[in-house]
Ligand binder design. Structure first.
Ligand code: PRX
Length: 638
């Protein structure tokens, strides 16, 4: 397969960028033409950021799985689509060719169909990193059902919230998932979630860990039995449902600064075109390359760069079930060596944690197959960047620092490997089609070089979210109400004299812990559920490995009792309500929170204290009770 839209030089990048701004419809129409459409679109773009209303490739008819699978069969049916490395390196790995993957997707689509799933139904997928997760995702897309994958680390309560919001009547899960030396009882977590969700009609359970599970009559069925049934029917075909370009493809829940996580909705046509375009250009993917993205498919990075974009591009995508530090900290490097991986796309938090194990584990592996390295999820500090460059890329692999968000569908700002220049700690230049702007607090654009501000995008791109599920107004207020006619990212950024961007992190109340996005309000709500907690305030602080750690200030009713036990209980409450990823790293008991006279918590002060900048908390004269600040400073947890 060749990619007519692949940019090969800096001049080509500049030309593509210019055209994407001068003639966006011509530009994206050309990119979209190299995909398979049952019917071509009538209009490339219609938009306004007021409502907002964004439509790409209107009138176009397609099914994304025909682009991921069917169209590769004739020329690349025997090429590996998915390589799967199990949690335990001693277990057998699996390779699925495009033909095999196609057969399995068709088969499972028939399973879903037999269980009542139709176009437009929401299907929740809660699984570990096994090939069947990708198969379930693609089978939904084949039928036009809307998948909503939930990361395997979320709690029963988080699942129930998402199921209710999406009104998902179908669930695909497994008995359990292996992660390092743990096995996570996924089905039992689902059972707990379903106590609150009686509208769920069917749960399909894959066997993976052989953890005992209870199956509910009339509701729960085994994946393997259902597949056998389809086999007895003679494995019939499952023609792909013809979708409109603007039909929803999936919902993915993500945290914001207020309320419960929102369901970001991506649509079929634009998402397919944008993610594939970004994949082929950012990583400079060439046919035959082995692409290893270490993210979980439960996050957007896995959706876009493990499943959809690589398969649309006919690439080989590696899925790894386990964790980077088990059985030892050389696991990633051994995988690179074992499969001769060419592109390794990972997160700064993983790099920092592996740096801590020294060079021993790295030196045991042959990393000479690597051509491109990638980073995503949070700002990469220079020390981690150079360690990655020196020891993994051996100073011969370009590193792409890719900035983007769940809402974006694909990478928005990044260097293109070997084509545009890298700059350590900088995401660098926008991809063609992306028009970033920096804004000040008063809604004015900050122009020119060497400036910083709030990062917005002023023109739509095909991969952007279309709505927040069930609540379009939330999409407007979250992203389009802060600045007129702009998509506001929630991030701050600098721009240098060459037009490079360096993302500094969130400017709203969203934390980024080990690359996981967590709202402070969510954590506070969970802490406040604990009996005895009066109120709480949560802020982020710099953490050596996680990027940001979670610091909670808690007003607790009874001062007596074992403080460390109470801390454990509170952390456990958060794990139960949200999931272990949201557990506070530090919990400080305080007698009150710094509030203004109107009752607003002054987070700025709490953030400074958590960061250890005790002499730099700023003006506290407007506080209702300024003395509380001294008490909090004295009790700060180092
Ligand atoms: O703050 C930015 C940070 O991650 C946020 C988006 O998180 P999520 O929707 O979970 O998606 C993560 C993976 C696409 C952004 O608002 N972020 C992501 N990539 C980078 C980054 N910050 C700095 N540099 C990056 N490369």
């Amino acid at each position: 397969m060749s990619y007519p839209f692949q940019i090969k030089s800096f001049d080509e990048y500049q030309a593509a960028y210019k055209r994407s701004v001068d003639d966006p419809e011509g530009f994206w129409g050309d990119v979209a033409s190299s995909f398979y459409w049952r019917k071509k679109w009538d209009k490339v773009l219609e938009w306004n950021f007021k409502e907002p209303n964004i439509k790409w490739f209107q009138g176009g008819r397609l099914n994304i799985t025909e682009n991921c699978l069917d169209r590769h069969l004739e020329t690349s049916g025997n090429k590996p689509a998915i390589i799967w490395e199990p949690n335990d390196p001693e277990d057998r790995h699996r390779v699925l060719t495009y033909r095999e993957l196609y057969n399995k997707v068709v088969q499972f689509a028939n399973v879903l169909k037999n269980n009542g799933v139709k176009k437009g139904d929401r299907v929740c997928i809660y699984m570990g990193m096994v090939p069947e997760l990708a198969i379930a995702v693609l089978a939904c897309a084949r039928l036009g059902a809307i998948h909503s994958v939930i990361f395997g680390g979320f709690s029963a309560q988080s699942i129930a919230d998402r199921l209710q919001d999406a009104q998902a009547e179908y669930i695909v899960t497994s008995d359990g998932a292996f992660r390092g030396n743990k096995d996570v009882p996924l089905k039992s977590v689902i059972d707990d979630a379903l106590v609150q969700c009686h509208f769920v009609k069917r749960v399909i359970v894959l066997t993976r860990t052989r953890t005992p599970v209870s199956m509910i009559k009339g509701r729960d069925v085994w994946w393997e039995d259902e597949v056998k049934f389809v086999e007895t029917m003679g494995n019939p075909d499952c023609p792909a449902e013809e979708m409109d370009a603007e039909d929803p493809l999936f919902i993915l829940y993500t945290s914001g600064s207020t309320g419960k996580p929102k369901g970001v909705v991506h649509t079929v046509g634009g998402y397919m075109v944008y993610t594939t375009y970004s994949f082929v250009n950012v990583f400079q993917y060439n046919p035959g390359d082995i692409h290893f993205c270490t993210a979980d498919i439960g996050w957007i990075t896995g959706h876009s760069y493990i499943v959809y974009a690589p398969l649309c591009a006919g690439a080989t995508s590696l899925i790894f079930e386990g964790i980077p530090t088990w059985p030892d900290a050389g696991r990633f490097w051994k995988i690179v060596d074992k499969y001769r991986v060419n592109i390794l796309y990972t997160a700064p938090t993983a790099i920092r944690s592996l740096m801590g194990f020294g060079l021993g584990p790295v030196q045991q592996a042959d990393l000479s197959s690597l051509k491109v390295l990638g980073s995503v999820g949070e700002p990469i500090n220079e020390e981690a960047w150079h360690w990655f460059d020196d020891n993994i890329g051996k100073n011969r692999c370009p590193i792409v620092d890719t900035w983007w968000q769940t809402e974006n569908g694909g990478i928005l700002i990044s260097n293109l490997a070997g084509v545009t220049k890298a700059k350590p700690g900088w995401a660098t230049l926008p991809l063609p089609g992306i028009q970033p702007v920096l804004m000040d607090e008063n809604g004015k654009e900050i122009e020119g070089p060497n400036v910083g501000g709030n990062l917005c995008v002023k023109f739509p791109w095909p991969g952007m979210l279309r709505t927040t599920y069930g609540d379009h107004e939330r999409m407007r207020t979250n992203y389009f109400a802060t600045y007129d006619d702009m998509y506001f990212t929630g991030d701050g950024s600098y721009r240098d004299e060459d037009g490079n961007y360096r993302i500094t992190g969130r400017v709203d109340d969203v934390l980024n812990v080990s690359g996981h996005r967590i709202g402070t309000a969510e954590v506070e709500n969970a802490i406040n559920m604990h009996a005895g907690v009066v109120e709480s305030a949560v802020v982020g602080y710099p953490h050596e490995v996680k990027g940001q750690g979670i610091y909670a200030y808690v007003v607790y009713t009874s001062a007596h009792g074992d403080e460390s036990l109470t801390r454990k209980d509170i952390a456990q409450t958060v794990a139960r309500i949200i999931g272990p990823i949201a557990k506070p790293d530090k919990i400080q008991f305080v007698s009150g929170l710094p509030k203004t006279r109107s009752g607003k918590i002054m987070r700025r002060i709490l953030r400074k204290i958590a960061e250890g900048e005790l002499d730099n908390v700023g003006d506290i004269s407007t506080l209702l009770d300024p003395q509380v600040v001294d008490e909090i400073k004295r009790g700060r947890l180092a």
